[in-house]
Design a binder for this molecule. Sequence first.
Ligand code: UT7
Length: 320
Amino acid sequence: MYASFKSIGAYIPEQIRTNQWFVDRMDTSNEWITKRTGISERRIASDEENTSDLGVNAAKIAIERSDILVEDIDLVICATISPDYYCMPSTACLIANKLGINNVMALDISAACTGFVYAVQTAKAFIESGMKKNVLIVGAEKLSSIVDYTDRTTCMLFGDGAGAAIISTTEDKDEAILDIQCSADGGLKDLLLTPGVASDEAMFMQMKGNETFKIAVRTLTNDVKDIMAKNKLQNEDIDLFIPHQANYRIIKAVGDALKFEDSQKVVTVAKYGNTSSASIPMAMNDVYESGRLQSGDMMLLDAFGGGLTWGSALIPFAGK
Ligand code: UT7
């Protein structure tokens, strides 16, 4: 049995927060934010929306676009660093419950911006081992709840949103997820972390931006070179390069180093900012809805985040 990537969906919160919002509140400028990050606006969830709500909305679309019913799902995985509750229950439990699924395994993955790639890898392993048949994976973040809006060096980067996908069994090797590699180095934990817990200002995210930036460019580039070489692929074998949307300058530097054409790169950071584990599935959903992502297209995912964690994946899109 192989694992195939059957569908994609996303939920984009309604409220738009432009750069002007930050200019009105701190010592920054639209020019600085645009030039250093490529971000013009990001979406912010409403007070009534929790991470699980964002995830459920994305999941419903992914299920609708797949060829399975909600009752066929036998594993729910949610990648998030902004869960509804800090220790328990997991956001995956809440998502499963809100979808009306109450008797399947449900778990969260904490791998920051690499969370979605980790989730695909985990789903693939469960399917290939024969333990599960239809896995719902969700990357959902309400980062506005953990961003320190007094820290001008990080707060303008982040936004809220969710993406979801169905990973199912297939006997068709052409549909199979080709390869995924995920890694971590906890020795670099201090570059990006939330030092405290619950309702204490130490729960807010802290980032050594410039140092993280440099490691991100190097790691993302090397990771792609590795997975492409391991699978004997050339750039022309890739239809869409879908990197984590951290900062336009990182995407450009990595894309240029890898010599991908603009037509291969998927860039959504200008309108959504960095949505951590939701950024790759939200970007994927964008190209799906615009018709750029077609059945059979080979997607190359590449992510990097707190942990530090990083990962890349070669995935043929098996959706309709
Ligand atoms: O998603 C997970 C991984 N995350 C990342 O990969 C993000 C990595 N980092 C970044 O995206 C970038 O490092 C930032 C966008 C956060 C910062 O850009 P940078 O080019 O690395 O700037 P910097 O930190 O080197 O700061 C340059 C200057 C500093 O002033 P001085 O020391 O040169 O006088 C900062 O104080 O920009 C100043 N600065 C600002 N100025 C206006 C920092 N934040 C701001 C701001 N507005 N919001």
